[in-house]
Design a protein around this ligand. Structure first.
Ligand code: CTP
Ligand code: MG
Length: 234
């Protein structure tokens, strides 16, 4: 009998990329011979442990139909929402219509440099029994808290302080419930783990590679291009 848990990837890709200030959403800018979303999607569809992908898109997204499709696993699209959490919840609703008892590996469209080895590490640490967890990195910089005027009021110890990134891997049903109760409770969550934490779970932090950057500002594209070259992509 095969007891290996089923893992589906979820890609929130319904944002507008306002900080990028480009002429289209940042996930559709060119990078290493694909688009940013094309790279992120390929990282997931080409991983043997991923059974399929749900992509949350903005309403009437004109760029998605033009995206190159070379995946061998199913890709299902769904409509995203006003916030990232809404987009992820919409994708989880769609996933629940297709698959029961899956794990959801949520990964930002804007993180195109994700390594297969980091996905492998998450799966080996978190499956089959944990409450789930996320990929992150310890902070290297000295951390300061400032007041509204920008004056430093405190040096925050960076001991045990980590940067949260994606993927974030949870049982799909538990995550769906957690996001619904955060929404109903009026809690604004910026990542899946926050919703799970509010629901009483203690997700695990899995140390990832520092090149898993999120494309946010114009200069991030050149850095991502460099990291992809380092990884031998192009
Ligand atoms: N996202 C989404 N639905 C939203 C907002 C964001 O699916 N309503 C997705 C983005 O497409 C991105 C990921 O969530 O892949 C991380 O969000 P972020 O980096 O903040 O992207 P944007 O919201 O598009 O950028 P910005 O905040 O600069 O406008
Ligand atoms: Mg945003």
């Amino acid at each position: 009998m095969n007891n290996k848990p089923t893992i589906w990837a979820i890609i929130p890709a319904a944002g507008i990329g306002s900080r990028m200030q480009a002429d289209k959403p940042k996930q559709y800018l060119s990078l290493g011979g694909r688009t940013v979303l094309g790279q992120s999607l390929h990282r997931l569809t080409s991983h043997a442990a991923i059974s399929g992908v749900i992509v949350a898109l903005a309403e009437n997204d004109p760029w998605w139909p033009e995206l190159e499709q070379d995946a061998t696993c199913p890709i299902i699209t769904t409509m995203g929402g006003d916030t990232r959490a809404d987009s992820v919840l919409s994708a989880l609703d769609t996933l629940a219509e297709h698959v029961k008892d899956a794990w959801a590996l949520v990964h930002d469209a804007a993180r195109p440099c994700l390594r297969h080895s980091d996905i492998d590490k998450m799966i080996s640490v978190l499956l089959p029994d944990s409450a789930g967890g996320i990929l992150g990195m310890p902070t290297n910089d000295t951390m300061k808290r400032v007041n509204e005027q920008g004056s430093i009021t405190e040096t925050v110890s960076r001991q045990r302080l980590w940067r949260a990134t994606t993927p974030q891997l949870f049982r799909a049903k538990a995550l769906q419930d957690a996001l619904i109760s955060a929404k109903e409770g009026g809690q604004f969550v910026t990542d899946e783990s926050s919703a799970m934490e509010l629901a009483g779970y203690q997700p695990l932090m899995v140390e990832g590679h520092a090149d898993n950057i999120k494309i946010t500002l114009p200069q991030d594209l050149a850095l991502a291009q460099y990291y992809l070259q380092q990884q031998g992509v192009k």
